[in-house]
Write a protein that binds this ligand. Structure first.
Ligand code: AMP
Length: 354
């Protein structure tokens, strides 16, 4: 599919396209900085908001619902625009896995990774085979011998997650979530050992053109109400039976101790190598490892994202790390556009799109 589609493309006028959501403004901004045209795929009710940023957007494709993305007219319009689609955190969640991975429009990134990301067990398996340290995992029904976090599937920003101390608490919490319609059956959940330490999220970029991996930034997520509970005297939380929850509200920038960086880069390299082995040609462009660092400087990774993460929105102006590689403001959005530009100039576009 890809070769035939690219044959029809005007490589002097490629349009960087993405769903108007998540990190799209950063992506459009970066695309403009690198001289690309841009296409925003928007749903009707959000159009007014993205129209405020018309100076970053050359073309709007307006849908009634996200699920219309794979309709023939929409795909044809994207191809007429010589569009390259940039997946972000809302992409699979909004358009559905089948459309996301089968759409006949070139995607900047590794589309085979979407299916792995959608399956929590496959995801953790990939990290383990990459020899990246991970928390202990439990199946539903398995005996739980320590504090655990119970996670629901899908990229819903931590919605419905809860802590439990026993198999009974796990089952009880899951029963309630089935009742609330958050999941269909308890087996959909993943149970992980709860890691005590500080959460840190690393933004990487693997460049197939330069064959190198860059650390573009790091962030902390600000989550309701686990972060809010710190503001209450502990006895209030106990008296009011307040339970921590993990709903992402925003992101906070972070600079790491330099002595941690070699380990962080090493984990990134292991991830790239594992995807090259298991899902050739391997990850392309941005990805993120999500970790907890304990007081022994142990870094354990509890999750990854195989595409741009919302935490990179902090660094539209570049980060302390991206500046070291590029000596100019380099956001992840701009880095994507730079990679695409280098690939087009060097005649190796097929290295960065799938
Ligand atoms: P996730 O959906 O995997 O990104 O998790 C959402 C949030 O839950 C994270 O940002 C962390 O605050 C928390 N979390 C997830 N997994 C763990 C874990 N194994 N140990 C401690 N906290 C976790």
């Amino acid at each position: 599919m890809l070769k035939d589609v690219l044959k029809e493309y005007d490589l002097d006028s490629v349009s960087i396209a993405t769903l108007a959501s998540h990190s799209s403004l950063q992506i459009f901004h970066g695309a403009k900085q690198e001289g690309f045209k841009t296409t925003a795929i928007a749903v009707e009710d959000r159009l007014w908001f993205y129209e405020q940023f018309k100076h970053l957007i050359d073309h709007f494709i307006v849908l009634k619902s996200w699920r219309e993305l794979c309709r023939r007219e929409v795909v044809e319009e994207l191809r007429r625009l010589s569009a390259v689609l940039i997946p972000h955190g809302s992409y699979v969640e909004y358009v559905g896995l089948d459309c996301a991975e089968n759409i006949e429009v070139p995607i900047f990134g590794l589309r085979r990774l979407f299916r792995v990301e959608a399956d929590q067990w496959a995801k953790m398996g990939l990290l383990q085979r990459a020899e990246i340290p991970t928390p202990r995992l439990y199946r539903v029904g398995e005996d739980v011998d320590r504090l655990v976090i119970v996670k629901l599937p899908g990229a819903k920003g931590g919605k419905g997650y809860f802590l439990a101390r026993s198999s009974h608490e796990v089952l009880e919490g899951l029963r309630r979530r089935v009742e609330e319609g958050l999941i269909r059956s308890p087996e959909e959940a993943m149970i992980q050992e709860y890691l005590v330490g500080v959460p840190v999220y690393y933004h990487y970029f693997y460049s197939p053109v330069l064959d190198r991996i860059e650390i573009l930034g790091a962030d902390i997520r600000y989550e309701a109400n686990v972060d809010g509970l710190k503001r209450l005297p502990p006895q209030f939380a106990v008296e009011l039976s307040l339970e921590p929850s993990f709903v992402v509200v925003g992101n906070i920038p972070l600079v790491l101790r330099e002595s941690l960086l070699p380990k962080i880069l090493e984990y990134g390299i292991r991830f790239v190598e594992a995807t090259k082995r298991e899902l050739p040609p391997g990850v392309i462009g941005p990805f993120c490892l999500e970790s907890v660092i304990g007081d022994d400087m142990d870094v354990k990774v509890f999750e990854f994202s195989g595409r741009i993460v919302a935490g990179t929105n902090i660094y539209v102006f570049g980060s302390p790390y991206s500046y070291l590689y590029w000596d100019e403001p380099m956001s992840t959005g701009r880095r994507i556009a730079r990679e695409l530009k280098m690939a087009i100039e060097r005649g190796v576009l097929e290295k960065v799109v799938t």
